[in-house]
Design a protein around this ligand. Structure first.
Ligand code: CMC
Length: 437
């Protein structure tokens, strides 16, 4: 990690009530804005910072992913997302995110072997699935199954042992396609399919989703490539809500399976990973192009909680670079599947066009995000809406586990413990029952 170790610049803060001034150092990363090191703020002033939603807070040092939201830039370990999406594949990007460098041919072969070796789930887990209702939301199922993996793989839960940490990381990356595909199969009442290790990571997942014991599934190279690209585009995204959740859970020393389950729970929300499912629901609700203005009006109304799902981003105030690639992939998939005039795609394109011209969206820099097109691709591939967010979780597992490993190796890591601005009652005397109003 590159950082200016002897910061020459600082910020001087003056407390107007006491007249006391303190100097807080500015830390510089490799690229991006400098950060004010306010770790000594409380000890020097007795004040905390107040930052709901952490809009101005850097919670950690990280060398994994860099985002410039104003310029629409996303880099993993220094490599631009569009180059990775075009020239690389998911296992290679997973290796890069996890280990810091692109693998050479030998390293790549070994990594693929390692993550395929672990792709099978303990057979006992198949009985665990049977405890869920068939109509459970698959995110609820995968959250439960991943959390329960700590009980099945207890030999990789010692976070102080680097070997166990690596085994748990490989297990999670390798088994997630099986976990997700089985959640889908369970919802259909179909038998589970075992992984087939001579297929690619994406191809194996598609086969486990769509083959049955009676009929094999021939993986289309175009769909396999599209799925691989979708996995790359979702692999990591810096300190978003679910990643911060994984780090916070991990900061207490919790085991990796529990931490990833916590990440899945956070991802599920419609403001985060659940947005891809919500986009499809919204397009269905809009129904036809002529009703778009009505929904744009609702989205702009401050008294209406309706938001255009798939639009806006906490960090990107420019086009989400992943959304551009996703849009292109969407067209490739629809062509391959011979889907012409897909009404939802037409609706999406028109919605995007109108929103991008509307002053409300333009002035607030609300562009389509990665979830806007991914839902349409998944739908075209035959993946049911409820499974969309599981796919996001499957791809993001590599980012979560890399961030978790990075946090544990960081000598500055402490248990995450924010403070608060207390606005409750001041101290008061206990009131006996007979005297209460
Ligand atoms: N539709 C209508 N108005 C919006 C939208 C939207 N999708 N997003 C933001 N705004 C408005 C918001 O009402 C506010 O307006 P005003 O300044 O007049 O009060 C302004 O834009 C700023 O919004 P904010 O809520 O302060 O922005 P935020 O950074 O807290 O929220 C967000 C970011 C992603 C939660 C939000 O844009 C949103 O809810 N989008 C829809 C859900 C979505 O697509 N989520 C996926 C995000 S990308 C993938 C991922 O990270 O998982």
């Amino acid at each position: 990690m590159t950082e200016n170790k002897t910061p020459k610049e600082s910020v001087t803060l003056t407390d107007n009530s006491s007249g006391k001034s303190i100097e807080l150092p500015l830390l510089a990363g490799t690229i991006g804005p400098r950060v004010m090191d306010c770790r000594s703020l409380y000890s020097q002033t007795g004040h905390f910072t107040y930052d709901p939603g952490y809009t101005s807070t850097g919670s950690c040092r990280s060398a994994i992913t860099y985002i410039d939201g104003d310029e629409g830039v996303l880099l993993h370990r220094g490599y631009a997302i569009d180059e990775l999406a075009e020239h690389s594949d998911f296992p290679e990007v997973a290796y890069l995110i996890l280990k810091g460098e692109l693998p050479n041919a030998e390293q790549k072969t070994k990594f693929i072997k390692d993550i395929t070796y672990h792709s099978m789930l303990n057979e006992q887990i198949s009985f665990f699935y049977r405890g869920f209702r068939r109509d459970s939301h698959p995110m609820a199922v995968i959250c439960g199954v991943v959390g329960a993996m700590a009980a099945f793989y207890h030999d990789s839960t010692d976070i102080n042992d680097p070997h166990q940490r690596m085994v748990a990381s490989y297990r999670l990356i390798a088994k997630m396609p099986t976990v997700v595909a089985w959640a889908y199969k369970y919802s259909l009442g179909q038998p589970f399919l075992y992984p087939q290790n001579d297929l690619s990571y994406a191809g194996n997942f598609l086969r486990m989703m769509f083959a049955t014991p009676c009929e094999d599934y021939k993986v289309s190279p175009v769909l396999e490539k599209a799925m691989d690209r979708i996995l790359i585009l979702h692999a990591d995204h810096e300190q978003n809500a679910s990643t911060s959740t994984v780090r916070l859970a991990g900061s207490s020393g919790a085991n990796p399976f529990a931490c990833i389950a916590a990440g899945i729970a956070s991802l599920w929300g419609p403001a985060h990973g659940g947005a891809n499912e919500a986009v499809l629901q919204m397009l269905g609700q809009i129904g036809s192009v002529d009703r778009i203005p009505e929904f744009i009006k609702k989205a702009k109304d401050p008294n209406d909680s309706f938001r255009l799902m798939g639009f806006g981003h906490r960090v990107y105030k420019n086009y989400d670079p992943r959304a551009k690639i996703m849009q292109q992939t969407c067209h490739e998939v629809l062509n391959e599947l011979g889907i012409k005039d897909e009404p939802l795609l037409k609706l999406a394109v028109e919605l995007e066009r109108i929103a991008l011209e509307d002053e409300y969206f333009v002035s607030r820099k609300l562009f389509p995000n990665v979830d806007f097109y991914s839902g349409i691709i998944f739908r075209a591939m035959g993946i049911p809406t409820q499974v969309f967010t599981c796919l996001f979780a499957l791809a993001r597992t590599v980012g979560w586990i890399a961030q978790w490993n990075e946090m544990l190796a960081d000598s500055e890591q402490k248990i995450g413990r924010p403070r608060q601005l207390y606005v409750g009652s001041a101290p008061r005397k206990f009131v006996p029952m007979g005297k209460r109003a």
